[in-house]
Design a protein around this ligand. Structure first.
Ligand SMILES: *[C@@H]1O[C@H](CO)[C@@H](O)[C@H](O)[C@H]1NC(C)=O
Ligand SMILES: *[C@@H]1O[C@H](CO)[C@@H](O)[C@H](O)[C@H]1NC(C)=O
Ligand SMILES: *[C@@H]1O[C@H](CO)[C@@H](O)[C@H](O)[C@H]1NC(C)=O
Ligand SMILES: *[C@@H]1O[C@H](CO)[C@@H](O)[C@H](O)[C@H]1NC(C)=O
Length: 365
């Protein structure tokens, strides 16, 4: 090669490098501009307030991991412990969206701002229970049982706009692994969500026979009803627990998942389509229908459940509980109550209420 050639090659390489730098900076600029106008033109039909608290310096950079969780007044200690566990066990740039009722906002803000949680990136979104009118039975007893916030997960793309992938967590969980790992779980093409199945899960062992614990579709849906029969679903299909959801919100929107879920809620108010023995929350059946054979899987260790069921939780060895990436106290016995298994694990993440309204029930305190 002549010297001239070498010079030319170097020149071309420099030009390419220059273009890459310019392009990267332009991308960065557009990124920046995008971030400067958060939520402009956001249309959220059922929110009265959106309190953005994202500007706080948390020192965490990089890809945002959106996590949606709900905060019910009578169990605010739960959401605080869950968020704390997620945050402490990861270095990722986690951003929480907390869905709550208007009356809870003040208490929640106090708890988040006056404690070690003050650097956690979050926004508080208000859920309007009117949203559910006509979609859940007017029978006061069911209404009582139907805690409105449990339906927030049906509206994921509305609460977390502008993101493709998001995580939903029930409030009665403790995360022990790095949430980034759960976030990186891949969803199959065409799937809007991933759940942990009830039968092949490590946590299902020995629990299936317990009263009220179901692990297949017939435990949740009334297969004698025409509307259910017509779907042609197999009654013995393994069910899943929607307390932990990894969602592709683009697919969710493309497939109108929210509208489909609302459709089944409405039908159920006309004719009871859910199993009579339904023990768990009434949010599960519509999800089972809409995601029948159309969901991806979450690693069972990322959803170790039944810690709140009688006996069931006690069957786990301390070693197994320690190895779990996520613990879920679904069932009647919550870790902030008197008689729950492994409440010592939960206590490690709990942060006392600065307003003194909430406190876990403990024998020795
Ligand atoms: C892009 O912007 C971020 C802050 O928004 C900054 O930390 C980073 O260094 C920038 N990257 C480049 C290549 O300029
Ligand atoms: C929400 O709560 C605030 C103060 O707690 C109150 O002023 C406001 O009217 C409430 N909004 C709704 C829609 O209930
Ligand atoms: C989400 O779904 C869209 C539409 O099918 C797809 O293009 C995209 O790759 C998916 N993203 C993830 C993270 O799975
Ligand atoms: C979703 O809803 C829109 C508007 O109602 C409709 O045009 C579209 O066909 C629906 N898509 C699916 C997959 O049902």
């Amino acid at each position: 090669m002549t010297l001239r050639r070498v010079n030319l090659v170097i020149l071309v390489l420099l030009a390419v490098a220059f273009l890459i730098v310019v392009q990267r900076n332009l991308l960065n600029l557009s990124d920046f501009l995008h971030k400067e106008s958060p939520d402009a033109g956001l249309i959220l039909p059922f929110e009265s307030e959106l309190s953005l608290d994202l500007r706080r310096e948390s020192g965490r950079k990089g890809e945002e991991i959106p996590v949606l969780i709900t905060a019910a007044e009578d169990r605010l200690g739960a959401v605080v412990a869950a968020m704390n566990s997620v945050y402490q066990n990861s270095k990722a740039n986690v951003v929480f969206t907390i869905v709550t009722l208007n009356d809870t906002v003040g208490h929640l803000k106090m708890w988040l701002s006056k404690t070690s949680l003050k650097n956690i990136k979050h926004k508080i979104v208000i859920f309007k229970p009117e949203l559910l009118s006509g979609k859940i039975s007017k029978d006061p007893q069911t209404l009582e049982a139907a805690k409105p916030l449990t339906f927030a997960r049906f509206y994921l793309p509305a609460y977390i706009p502008e993101t493709e992938k998001a995580i939903y967590l029930d409030d009665d969980v403790i995360v022990q692994g790095d949430i980034q790992e759960l976030y990186e779980t891949s969803l199959k093409p065409g799937h809007a969500a991933a759940f942990s199945d009830d039968c092949d899960s490590a946590s299902a062992k020995g629990i299936i026979r317990g009263a009220g614990n179901q692990n297949n579709y017939i435990g949740f849906l009334d297969f004698k009803k025409e509307a259910i029969k017509k779907l042609g679903m197999r009654a013995n299909t393994c069910s899943f627990n929607p307390g932990v959801i990894l969602a592709n919100l683009t697919e969710w929107k493309n497939q109108n998942i929210t509208q489909q879920l609302e459709h089944w809620m409405e039908l159920n108010t006309q004719e009871d389509l859910y199993s009579k023995t339904l023990a768990e929350s009434i949010t599960t059946p519509p999800l089972l229908i809409v995601f029948y054979k159309r969901h991806s899987a979450i690693d069972p260790l990322w959803h170790v459940r039944h810690l709140g069921n009688t006996g069931a939780g006690n069957r786990y060895s301390a070693q197994f509980v320690k190895a779990a990436k996520l613990l879920h106290w679904n069932g009647h016995y919550k870790p902030w109550g008197r008689t729950s298994s492994f409440s010592d694990v939960w206590d490690k993440w709990y942060i006392p209420d600065p307003m003194g309204k909430f406190s876990p029930v403990r024998r020795h305190s």
